[in-house]
Design a protein around this ligand. Structure first.
Ligand code: ZN
Length: 102
């Protein structure tokens, strides 16, 4: 599985979980700025990737929650939106890098 296939799979999982939790499609400007300030090649990228995978796993495990006022669901909604935005941004960087080398 190459980088784009891996990103696409993670985006698919994040999208499915975000849709389940009705996460908003866009993050607030301060959150988007924080995502944009990080660098795809940054050494902490693997930490971000690991946290995203763990976060999605928590969301998948918590998907059966029926509470109307659940703080975990509220956190998952916000976190899934940030995670999905970061993955899509990383994918854009990857596509741009692939186009430059092709
Ligand atoms: Zn919940």
């Amino acid at each position: 599985m190459d980088v784009l296939e891996t990103l696409d799979e993670e985006i698919r999982r994040n999208r499915a979980a975000a849709d389940h939790y009705q996460a908003p499609a866009k993050v607030q400007s301060i959150q988007r700025r924080d995502v944009q300030l990080s660098r795809h090649q940054d050494p902490t990228t693997w930490v971000t990737g690991t946290l995203q995978r763990l976060f999605v796993q928590v969301a998948e495990d918590h998907a059966g929650c029926a509470s109307l006022d659940c703080r975990t669901c509220a956190s998952l909604r916000e976190g899934l939106t940030v995670s999905l935005t970061a993955l899509q941004w990383m994918r854009g960087v990857e596509v741009a890098a692939t186009c430059r080398t092709a």
